[in-house]
Design a binder for this molecule. Sequence first.
Ligand code: SF4
Ligand code: SF4
Length: 405
Amino acid sequence: MKNDSRRSFLKKSLIGVSGAALLPGTIHNANAIPVTPSYSSDLPTRILGKTGLNVPIISMGVEGASAAGFIKAAYDNGIRMFFSATYYGEGNNEKLLADAVRDLPRETLIIGSAVIPKGVDHRGGIFTGESTYEAQIKTAEESLKRFGMDYLDFMLLPYAAKRESIFFEPLLRAMEDLKKQGKTRYVGIATHSFQNEAIKAAADTKIYDVVMPGYNFRNDNIQEMNDAITYAVKAGVGIIGMKAQAGAYWDQERTQPVNSDAALKWVLQNKNVSTVVSGMTNFSELQKNIALIKGNLKLTDEEMKDLKLASNEIAPGLYCRQCRQCMVQCAQKLDIPTIMRSFMYAYGYCNLEHARYTLDNTCISSIPCMECSQCEVTCSAGFDIRSKIMDISRLRDVPMDFLKA
Ligand code: SF4
Ligand code: SF4
């Protein structure tokens, strides 16, 4: 942010702080970051934990956006919180978001990015020795450079999983210092695996301000997850939901879409979820979501039926619950949950680049299941694991350049 606009931001913040700034728990020690953003939106809002930010209940994950104008349209429609990640499009997605908001008043935006650590053991749900303090700070600083901003509002630690990953000292210290140094206003974690453990551990650190879990109608043991969320919320942690659409389709051929309105409503039934990050990709999706959240969020009987709630119907869909029951059964101890996420990105969300990136993280050989004469792995969601692995593995043979959006 340029000095002049920064000075004006400071001035405005001092004169016109929103009520959120007066809430307990909003004092933070970031160097020279203004007290609170100053924005308005005509969308329904909820308070995001101890940040005190009153955020629209829908936010935008920009990984599926291919044009700056589309992100700007989301802003024009009242969305104020935007998320990217350092690894989306090898940093180009952050640049796209920066381009989209370049001419908008910084104080009216809430910008976040997931800062990926260098070493992740997805199978074990922990970080490895390559994830040093210095590397994490460097990655965060490179992200700021791509954004062309002095600070972000949120820096998230992605792939947080087991409790020990949340308390992994080099990263915890790095994330805390990024906040202290004024490079981010708030810090949080994003999690797909061991989610309940991760959510509670994040609250126990007393350092993280927010948690972004995959939260949708297909989650396993939803009561346990809701309890973990309640635990975190009581500790002041704000909850930002993601993966609301649970794979977006019930079938690989994409002939049976998930009822997206119902899926979004389902997440927002839980008042502990302050906002849902939606990976919208086109204008009609944007407008549909905006109209939805302005209306009645109560699920109808028909919508409940569409989500196949309270039914015994077996419908595997494309969403892997990340329950990890399959891993111990696999002869090669493959990281099946991560491979299944890759499958969902490819077939559900049509994001081949992200699917490939996720697949590469599993370090599988090019055709991992070929060495097994038969597969006895069973899946709690009813997936045909071997066939899905064989299918998605083909992506490894496609040069990355062909997969870029
Ligand atoms: S076929 Fe694939 S999923 Fe099944 S046991 Fe072998 S490596 Fe594991
Ligand atoms: S058993 Fe099925 S749902 Fe559970 S992690 Fe494995 S693939 Fe995913």
